[in-house]
Design a protein around this ligand. Structure first.
Ligand code: TXA
Ligand code: MG
Length: 533
């Protein structure tokens, strides 16, 4: 297939781009309306677009990228009124986010409407929507007049493209049109925010920061907020491991160059500089062809060692926005220079630094010697925890496994345990009755287990009934912090506890069982989303 590159789009005096009659961009517009693929620039990274309402067109994206088709795509639109038909509901706080941040580097995940095909959402009942602010993207989307599904325009596994040359390297000959829009301003993909719960939940950090979203909505959960502080994120960073991702695409070890990436363990100041000098000396001794991506100050200190290396600077060392904007380009350049080890300056995980570190850790994950890293982010086993392990947590376990057996989720199995209990107790009569009555589930074989450290170790996700359970676990075993949530918190980002119905009538047990089932349904959906591969 021949690939046409569209550039030199004329600008008015106001800076706005326009398409005079006969301009080649109109060909690309026609092509995308007719089910063809078009790569186009955005302020984050370049996108590979197809008509989002045309399943056959959308399938072409996966073929061109070599991307698994069960990873959902972001739908790009020109204006806010194009969002309404794609979604079933826009909560009030999501409207606030739209007003504040769109157009811009943010993507919101809504419950979808019936018109959005499964090919776009990978069968999920949610859809991700974004209004880019890049003036060329705006012109293209306006002229196209259709919602455009677009992942980043790279071959799956490579760093996202931030310049047309990157798109060309990856996709020339595979798609008919590429539109040039210069270098992407932000250089990291958009912030993905789930707006289906009671508060915004960040699924992928980006240029719109957790701090900004919290300031706008009053609260936020997910990566980039409490998630990292509570979760031993700093430690995980040092080990090159990242917390469980909840945006399906986040589990891939992508953004990755061929070379191995090494990161200093200190994230700022002289300690970081000293660390990088040490890493450079070690790399030199080991005979590596080394590249360094860092700020000016650090590069200067490294040059003072007299060791030869390829240095790429992003300017002043504290300019993490610039570091982010140049990261993917730097990683690609290092590959072109056949570098086999890249040392990269890190940043404190706050503000844009959260997104920068997130991508950097993913890139480093690819080449880290710890090959099990990829599978560790997948959730296969879930442990439900309550106090006695005779009512709430067994209900959750049995309900979860019932759903699993019915084929909705064939990967994961659940277990349960109690924080303050004895081994070998049966479930309470009332709990057994409630599960039998409501769901036809037989819990006769359940026997209680007392929570033990090895269970926290072995299970991929720990869901507690109350905050007090979570707090008790974190107090004794802070090292597992990144995988412990309350059930309601994990399922829908709310703070509610599921109270113990012990000693109350059968109605209270049934109510409790229903509440648990509702949350477990949502948790299964989240886990499925996490595990899409
Ligand atoms: O900045 C960006 O977002 C770029 C430009 C082109 O807009 N696009 C981009 O697309 O990065 P992609 O496909 O590389 O990443 C999309 C991310 C993935 O992590 C995917 O799992 C997540 O968004 N996503 C898409 N639909 C979702 C949904 N319904 N629920 C949760 N996450 C979703
Ligand atoms: Mg991508």
């Amino acid at each position: 297939m021949k690939t046409f590159i569209i550039d030199r789009i004329p600008q008015k005096e106001t800076g706005e781009y326009y398409a005079p009659e006969g301009h080649p961009i109109l060909k690309a517009v026609e092509a995308i309306r007719n089910g063809e693929l078009v790569a186009f620039p955005t302020e984050t990274v370049y996108g590979l677009g197809a008509n989002a309402l045309d399943p056959i067109a959308v399938k072409k994206i996966f073929t061109a990228k070599g991307r698994p088709s069960d990873n959902p795509l972001i739908v790009h639109v020109f204006s806010v009124d194009q969002i309404e038909p794609l979604v079933s509901e826009i909560p009030g706080y999501a409207r606030t986010l739209i007003r504040r941040f769109m157009p811009g580097p943010i993507t919101l995940v809504f419950h979808k409407s019936a018109i959005v095909p499964d090919e776009v959402t990978a069968g999920l009942d949610t859809v991700a929507v974004r209004i880019p602010s890049h003036p060329v993207a705006r012109l293209f989307l306006k002229l196209a007049g259709i919602p455009v599904a677009a992942p980043s325009a790279n071959i799956s596994g490579k760093p996202s493209p931030t310049e047309l040359s990157h798109v060309f390297t990856d996709l020339a000959g595979r798609i008919p049109y590429m539109i040039d829009g210069g270098s992407s301003d932000f250089g990291l993909e958009s912030t993905v925010v789930d707006v289906t719960g009671d508060e915004p939940s960040i699924l992928r950090p980006g240029a719109v920061t957790a701090e900004e979203i919290a300031a706008c909505c009053g609260s936020v959960s997910g990566i980039g907020s409490d998630y990292e502080r509570d979760s031993g994120y700093a430690n995980a960073m040092h080990n090159g491991k990242v917390g469980s991702p909840r945006s399906p695409g986040m589990k891939y070890r992508h953004y990755a160059p061929r070379a191995e990436i090494q990161l200093p363990s200190a994230s700022f100041g002289e300690a970081q500089q000293d660390d990088m000098v040490r890493l450079l000396r070690e790399a030199h001794q080991a005979g590596h062809k080394t590249g360094v991506y860092a700020g000016d100050g650090i590069l200067e200190a490294l040059r003072a060692t007299g060791i030869r290396f390829t240095g790429l600077s992003f300017g002043p060392a504290d300019n993490i926005a610039a570091a982010s904007a140049g990261l993917f380009n730097a990683l690609r350049q290092m590959d072109e220079k056949d570098i086999d080890l890249i040392l990269v300056q890190t940043a404190p995980a706050r503000g844009i630094g959260t997104a920068y570190m997130n991508r950097l850790l993913k890139a480093a994950g690819k080449s880290s010697s710890d090959e099990s890293h990829a599978t560790r982010t997948e959730i296969c086993t879930v442990l439900f925890v309550c106090s006695g392990n005779t009512c709430r947590s067994p209900m959750a376990e049995y309900y979860y496994n019932g759903r699993t057996d019915s084929g909705t989720n064939d990967r994961c199995r659940a277990n349960s345990a109690g924080i303050a209990t004895f081994n070998g107790l049966s479930a309470t009569e009332e709990a057994m009755d409630a599960m039998q009555q409501l769901y036809g589930i037989d819990m006769a074989h359940h026997r209680s287990s007392r929570l033990h450290e090895h269970m926290l170790e072995e299970n991929d996700l720990i869901l507690t009934m109350q905050h007090s359970h979570k707090a008790a676990i974190l107090k004794d075993y802070p090292q597992f912090g990144r995988k412990v949530f309350t059930l309601a918190e994990y399922a829908q980002g709310t703070g509610v506890d599921i109270e113990d119905p012990f000693g109350e009538g059968s109605e209270a047990y049934e109510e409790c069982a229903r509440a648990i089932a509702g949350f477990v349904d949502k948790a299964i959906e989240k886990i499925r989303l996490n595990n899409v591969s």
